[in-house]
Ligand binder design. Structure first.
Ligand SMILES: NC(=O)C1=CN([C@@H]2O[C@H](COP(=O)(O)OP(=O)(O)OC[C@H]3O[C@@H](n4cnc5c(N)ncnc54)[C@H](O)[C@@H]3O)[C@@H](O)[C@H]2O)C=CC1
Ligand SMILES: Nc1nc(O)c(N)c(N[C@@H]2O[C@H](COP(=O)(O)O)[C@@H](O)[C@H]2O)n1
Length: 226
């Protein structure tokens, strides 16, 4: 599986405010770039923190891109996927709408009734790991469902876990011209953080592009082939 992480951050590295309100860090050109990345993917993954904060749809918005996918024999919009250890996704969440297939990755500790409610709402539930979702195991199961090109949009807890597990192949970050601040505001990579410099993921800068009033940084993150 090829894993591409894409997110937008403020110049001080925040993904949103400390109250986890969704904020437009990007302008229209970057949202269009994100839409193109979705259109090239088999699945779009977020953590449940993002679902609870933003209630995103994760769909491809541009009609031409949707039509092209359908002409290529793909669904108009890629599968929506949420890493949700305890099955906290609300059954009326946008990602459970009928715009595309939805996978909810849960751990063995998720409550049976919550899992049943997600299945009843149309999701395919994938159980992997105890405590937290075992991401490498869950990704193998997603491959069985045809997800080979995975786009990850956040948030910071999930992105850190993906780096920690050595699962990131490519990173694109839009750095928008705003300062959000706040020691409790989510950043691009939260979680426990690395302490040993030898454990820092090594990134190779591939491209720098000015877009709207910000900049897109593209890195090869060099994950080993899964
Ligand atoms: N600016 C941007 O591009 C984006 C911003 N955001 C913002 O990020 C914030 C949400 O980020 P976070 O609170 O960090 O939540 P998150 O979206 O990273 O979700 C974290 C949750 O995912 C679940 N999870 C399951 N397995 C996991 C694993 N192995 N490792 C880590 N998490 C796992 C856990 O329940 C955990 O609490 C929101 O404020 C949202 O607006 C989210 C996406 C993109
Ligand atoms: N690229 C980008 N720029 C921003 O400024 C953002 N706030 C985000 N957030 C991501 O977009 C999702 C919304 O998706 P839908 O429009 O609902 O399909 C949101 O959940 C974040 O993943 N991204």
């Amino acid at each position: 599986m090829h894993v591409h992480v894409n997110a937008a951050e403020s110049v001080d590295g925040k993904l949103s405010t400390r109250e986890r309100e969704q904020v437009a860090i990007s302008g229209p050109a970057d949202f269009d770039r994100m839409d193109a990345l979705r259109a090239e993917s088999d699945g779009v993954l977020v953590g449940v923190g993002t679902v609870l904060a933003d209630d995103p749809s994760l769909t491809v918005k541009d009609d031409e891109r949707r039509d092209r996918r359908e002409r290529d024999g793909e669904p108009a919009t890629p599968a929506r996927i949420v890493a949700d250890s305890r099955a906290r996704t609300p059954p009326d969440a946008e990602i459970l709408g009928d715009a595309a297939a939805t996978y909810v990755l849960v751990s063995e500790d998720a409550d049976e009734a919550d899992v049943a409610a997600l299945s009843a709402a149309g999701a395919t539930v994938v159980t992997a790991g105890s405590g937290r979702v075992d991401l490498p195991a869950a990704f193998e199961r997603l491959e069985d469902h045809g997800v080979e090109r995975l786009l990850v949009e956040g948030g910071g807890e999930l992105i850190f876990s993906l780096f920690d597990a050595g699962l990131v192949d490519r990173l694109t970050v839009y750095v928008g011209p705003v300062v959000i601040g706040g020691r409790d505001a989510p950043t691009l990579a939260d979680g426990e953080g690395f302490t040993d410099p030898d454990a820092f993921p090594s990134l190779s800068l591939e491209d720098v592009e000015r877009l709207d009033d910000g900049v897109v940084l593209t890195y090869d993150a060099g994950a080993e082939e899964q």
